[in-house]
Design a protein around this ligand. Sequence first.
Ligand code: PMP
Ligand code: GLU
Length: 400
Amino acid sequence: MNKKESLRLQNVEESSTLAMAALAREYKSKGIDVISLSLGEPDFKTPQHICDGAKNAIDSGNYFSYPPVPGYLDLREAISEKFINENNLSYSPNEIIVSNGVKHSITNVMFSILNKGDEVIVFAPFWVSYSAIITLADGVPKYINTTIENDFKPTPSQLEEAISNKTKAVIFSSPCNPTGTVFTREDLEGYRDILEKHPEIIIISDEIYEHINFTDRHTSIGSLESMNGRTITMNGFSKAFAMTGWRLGYIGAPKSIAKSINKMQGQTTSANCSIAQRAGLVALKEGNKCALEMKGEYLKRRNLVYNHLIKIDKLKVNKPKGAFYFFPEINEYLGNHSKDGKKINSANDLALYLLEDAKVSLVPGEDFGAPNCIRLSYAASEKELIEATQRLELSLSKLT
Ligand code: PMP
Ligand code: GLU
């Protein structure tokens, strides 16, 4: 333990998605042929028209100064229009804050709304950073556990049971990282019926995978009657437009919360990178054609990987409806042994075994709140995916 580290930080672990990706990179740098299916990161290049938007912004010489704290007005206007046209959500430009990616948006939100001991209900499995960010902001994550049998969806009564007099907010992603679950309008109406009885609870909807939805129907919970004025909606450019490195995300929040987030952002990062913002504006103005093309590729890969994984007897696999992850259950491998006698006691053990034996990096489920699952990101080429699934099948078959 690092004694110089603050107690606050000692309470959270390093991000396991980033840690596995770093380990895979380390193996690769030693010349080991690792296929990395750990990081949830599009393998496409940012579309050219978006890159040109950034180049034009630099060449104009007009974007070298601090931008306004919540982001340029024209970008916030475009986001406001996107929310109305695509999601039936009404956030005015002064209810929008552009941040350094959705990870930063979540950080902004949690630090703006939580007091010590406030509970945030988290649908589990959840994206690893939710729990860490809530904890860093002195909040307490309260998990609702789900299983693969019900497509990882909490029932409305589970939500009701999780609510206490300390509940400040509820957070989930749809489509979901790590499960690929898409919450339908009917699912969300079920949650709405419960939340209507608790008007003080803030709903935080992470919609970063909106455009990677194979059901072709995305519903924003904030668009349901009575949810709009109390929902914070987050979205970003990383996944839809293959812009992870640009660090660009945004928040729509009711006015008083937006004001607090603005204060938080102003005192911590000032604003988001000016050039990234200009590129983001071009992405929104030019539309979703490029995002749809990438979605088509993800769908092919989803089907390809699914057809391989279902052949592996002991893996319990569902067919994810969105995002670019599989999250199979691995219970039947727990307690098994590898050839050299090592026992697989956890998803973490299994991920390390598969990295060593199959040379495929996955992320163990523990930090997603699902210690009996493992995550595979299929944001990789078809060639890599075919090779990786074959290697996985072989290595798993060696466990006894
Ligand atoms: N939310 C979810 C559900 C994610 O999977 C991620 C990781 N990409 C993020 C938020 C953060 O994304 P970014 O910071 O790149 O916008
Ligand atoms: N969100 C992606 C993932 O889950 C990127 C890594 C991260 O920020 O956690 O792999």
